[in-house]
Design a protein around this ligand. Structure first.
Ligand code: ADP
Ligand code: 5GP
Length: 197
């Protein structure tokens, strides 16, 4: 079991509406911060063009996903925009127990589950400058159908109401600025952990 006393690394959770730039900021954080690992989630969503199994996600069927739930393999899981997504428990336990910090990019329901399970986790909400900019980014990415874009924008409004529950809110306006802010947040907690040792 994952217990607060035993593990040594810290979990950083990025959440926020679809298209806000979580994936972009995550890639930058992994490049900018040493010893930070990313946990690849499982999903029942179909791969987008260019996405690779085992790299972007573990793409699984609904049956496979349900088997993993039954086997207790997920640390958290949720239905997001009509598909299922989950974080594999084993991956996180291994990383945290070996002293590495890990980054999760999950939805608001998953973030809430992590908050209850591991209260020392750092929850970071990524906000867009406006709903109009969010829509523009989602459309420009050209990965979703019109119907999926509408669903994601509708969900965005509900998700954004929860930003105040987070430890940090990062506005993703200018990418350079936002990724520097994220880097500083992570390094701040690293420093705090060192000082408390
Ligand atoms: P998410 O992972 O939150 O769904 P992405 O990281 O895929 O979002 O970003 C959505 C789109 O917005 C991508 O095309 C990305 O290049 C672009 N993007 C991300 N951050 C910014 C930014 N600060 N300014 C402009 N475009 C951005
Ligand atoms: P996308 O389909 O755009 O890759 O992701 C859709 C949403 O699912 C995003 O908010 C993303 O953060 C979230 N998500 C991705 N992986 C997980 C996961 O393992 N658990 C949960 N709860 N949400 C996830």
């Amino acid at each position: 079991m994952l217990s607060e006393q035993r593990h040594k690394g810290r979990l950083f959770v990025l959440a926020g509406p679809s298209g806000v730039g979580k994936g972009t900021l995550r890639t930058r954080a992994l490049a900018d911060v040493e010893n930070l690992t990313y946990s690849i989630s499982c999903t029942t969503r179909k791969p987008r063009n260019g996405e690779r199994d085992g790299v972007d996600y573990h793409f699984v069927t609904r049956e496979e996903f349900e088997e993993k739930i039954a086997g207790g393999l997920f640390l958290e899981h949720a239905v997001v925009h009509g598909d299922r997504y989950g974080t594999l428990r084993e991956d996180i336990v291994r990383e945290l127990e070996s002293g590495r910090d890990a980054l999760l990019e999950i939805d608001v329901q998953g973030a809430q589950q992590i908050r209850s399970l591991l209260p020392e986790s750092v929850l970071i909400f990524i906000l867009p400058p406006s709903l109009e900019v969010l829509e523009e980014r989602l459309r420009r990415r050209r990965t979703e159908s019109e119907e999926k874009i509408d669903l994601r924008l509708e969900d965005a409004k509900k998700e954004m109401e929860r930003a105040k529950e987070y430890d940090h809110v990062v506005l993703n306006d200018v990418l350079e600025r936002a990724s520097e802010e994220l880097r500083r947040i992570i390094l701040h907690y690293r420093k705090q952990s060192r000082e408390n040792q």
